[in-house]
Design a protein around this ligand. Structure first.
Ligand code: KG4
Ligand code: ZN
Length: 334
């Protein structure tokens, strides 16, 4: 079964064709980063308008790259939440229109669920149960995936998301947008132990808080205007990574006590592209008692292959989504 997936929840217009949930025939991502960079963040109205302009071409390119046409597509899926309302509506409307025109099922996909399926696309042997850390511009979530479609949210941020903290600190340091990749690059020239920034909520449950860490960076730089910016970037990044890894390992330990099969960890979302986080998790994997799945960078950041993959499992479990359904900006999981 071939599914055309569409992703427009934030500032990436993406389309992909995936066969049987795992075989990616094509994956096209058109980034709007240049349109939003001058504003230092995603401007929802600009994002919606850009999606409208791009979506047909991106879908056409995904079909050509897959060597197929709409008539050979068996179902059409789109991210229907969470995300920016106007942006989501573009993908949802496009998917429903195509489904109606070619008389095939439409599947609305949860963006968080899609980020988890990115790992299944990358690693054909991977099956639940596993623990996922989703770290993006809008979310920081620890989720147990007990089975396909069965999730338990174990921890979430109480304020800023991890990616949001990267973006805000980068903006304060004058590193441009998006901030995550900029801090990641600059950190390689800095000392992660130079400044002892706080590790918020470490040892305090499974929830995260990054707003105070961002403030700590601002206060430190104002007090030490001559500080090496690379040291600030590296020390901030080290604090975020320490918290993410400690919380992830804490959850795995608890889950393992409940179910000995919980030995696999999966990461997803844009911050999962972070080199320091990936290096730390590679070390954990090398220790031997934990299997860490690190999807390729292109599958960590927003893409439509993960949407088409999640849709395949959802369609098999629940059947098509009604064409009367809409976009759900605050959609939750679990
Ligand atoms: O998942 P994603 O592509 O879009 C959302 O659903 O939000 O994540 C985007 C976020 C941004 O905050 C960006 O700064 C961050 O992921 N990001 C990174 C890196 N690459 C992207 N953060 C840290 N290090 C990176 N290498
Ligand atoms: Zn995302």
């Amino acid at each position: 079964m071939r599914i055309l997936g569409i992703e427009t929840s934030c500032d990436e217009t993406a389309a992909a064709v995936v066969e049987n949930g795992r075989n990616v025939c094509s994956s096209v991502v058109s980034s709007q980063v240049d349109l939003h960079a001058r504003y230092g963040g995603v401007v929802p109205e600009i994002a919606s308008r850009a999606h409208v302009e791009l979506v047909n071409d991106v879908i056409a390119e995904a079909l050509v790259e897959a060597g197929t046409t709409l008539h050979d597509v068996d179902a059409v899926a789109a991210t229907h939440g969470p995300g920016l309302a106007g942006a989501l509506l573009v993908g949802v409307s496009a998917a429903k229109a195509i489904a109606l025109a070619i008389r095939c099922p439409y599947v609305g996909v949860n963006h968080h669920e899609a980020h988890m399926y990115a790992a299944l696309v990358d690693d054909p042997g991977l099956e639940p149960p596993f623990v996922t850390l989703i770290v993006s511009g809008g979310h920081t979530l620890l989720i147990a995936m007990d089975d396909h479609g069965r999730y338990r949210v174990l921890g979430r941020t109480v304020d800023d998301a991890a990616g949001e903290a990267f973006d805000k600190v980068a903006r304060f340091l004058g590193l441009g947008y998006p901030g995550g990749p900029a801090i990641d690059r600059l950190s390689s020239q800095g000392d992660p132990a130079a400044i002892a920034f706080p590790r918020p909520m470490l040892g305090d449950g499974h929830d995260f808080s990054f707003s105070g860490l961002k403030t700590a960076v601002v206060l430190y730089v104002r007090k030490h205007p001559d500080v090496d910016v690379a040291d600030v970037a590296a020390s901030f990044q080290a604090a975020v990574v320490d918290v993410l890894v400690a919380k992830l390992l804490g959850v795995v330990e608890e889950e393992r006590a409940r179910d000995p099969r919980m030995t696999t960890v999966v990461i997803g979302g844009g911050v999962a592209a972070n080199s320091a986080l990936r290096a730390r998790l590679r070390d954990e994997n090398a220790r031997g008692d934990l299997r860490v799945v690190l999807p390729s960078i292109g599958l960590c950041t927003d893409n439509a292959a993960m949407v088409a993959s999640a849709a395949w499992w959802r369609l098999a479990a629940d059947g098509p989504t009604s064409l009367a359904s809409g976009a759900y900006p605050a959609l939750r999981i679990g």
